[in-house]
Design a protein around this ligand. Structure first.
Ligand code: PGA
Length: 266
């Protein structure tokens, strides 16, 4: 029998917390989150906090992600940090987050280059894709997801795609923007569409291995409902991830889902 994949719980701290605040949050998370079978918890601190957090954190309990990086490995690019520099620090890098697409004007080609650079440096990309409210209302969701996905993956082999994490993050559901609450039955078909696209282009083995997760206003109350959507293998959490109580609640909700699924199979 195939081993079930671990549920991924990723906390994107965004541009929050200075070094001492980050350290306090790590101590609290360490106290309140247990190491559980079937769950993988990932913290994505700011670039500045990443190094001190990496020294403090129990790597058996938490993996680390960076929130961004530049696609060249080194050189005269003032203010940037490369994937090469992040190699020893981060297991994952978040790429294509809607805040980067919208505020920093990252386009499809730039995101494709970042995904390639990430893979080239042995880091796992967490690729975020998602449509705006206007696009959804205009019936363009599938086209947008298709375009974002296909360009981002275009330089990768099927094997590389199978190692990735793809986060479906409808822009209208992210607290930064409209922050509407996406109903689980409303987005289930979009997650399936993404999965089907991967299957169509890279084959069933890739589709079985790639991890597809959801993000957008997830908190300790709503996490369970999203994790129960068939094919939803984790959550990417923004606002609620810098509140240790809420983030620990999300990890517990994930553990209950894992436990119930295991019991059902017995
Ligand atoms: P949110 O952010 O949970 O605050 O909506 C999610 C994200 O930006 O990944």
């Amino acid at each position: 029998m195939k081993k079930p994949k671990k549920i991924l719980i990723i906390g994107n701290w965004k541009m929050n917390l200075n070094v001492s605040q980050a350290s306090l949050l790590v101590s609290r998370l360490d106290k309140h989150i247990k190491t559980r079978k079937g769950i993988e918890v990932v913290l994505a601190p700011s670039m500045l906090d990443l190094q001190p957090v990496s020294m403090q954190v129990d790597r058996r309990k938490f993996r680390l992600a960076a929130q961004n990086a530049y696609h060249h490995d080194e050189g005269a690019f003032t203010g940037e940090v490369s994937f090469t520099m992040l190699r020893e620090l981060a297991h994952y890098v978040i790429i294509g987050h809607s805040e980067r697409r919208i505020y920093f004007k990252e386009d499809l080609d730039e995101i494709r280059d970042k995904v390639s650079a990430c893979m080239r440096n042995g880091i796992t990309p967490i690729l975020c894709i998602g449509e705006t409210k206007t696009e959804r209302r205009a019936g363009e969701t599938r086209q947008v997801l298709h375009d974002q996905l296909m360009t981002a993956l275009s330089n990768l082999t099927a094997e590389e795609v199978s190692e990735m994490v793809i986060a479906y993050e409808p822009v209208w559901a992210i607290s930064t923007f409209e922050g509407d609450i996406a109903k689980p039955d409303e987005i289930g078909k979009d997650l399936t569409f993404i999965r089907d696209q991967v299957k169509e282009l890279y084959g069933v083995q890739t589709e079985e291995k790639v991890r597809i997760i959801y993000g957008g206003s997830v908190d300790d109350h709503s996490a369970r409902a999203y994790l129960e959507i068939p094919g939803c293998e984790g959550v990417l959490v923004g606002g609620a991830s810098i509140n240790y109580h809420k983030f620990a609640g999300i990890a517990e909700a994930a553990y209950r889902v894992v436990k119930e699924n295991a019991e059902e199979k017995e």
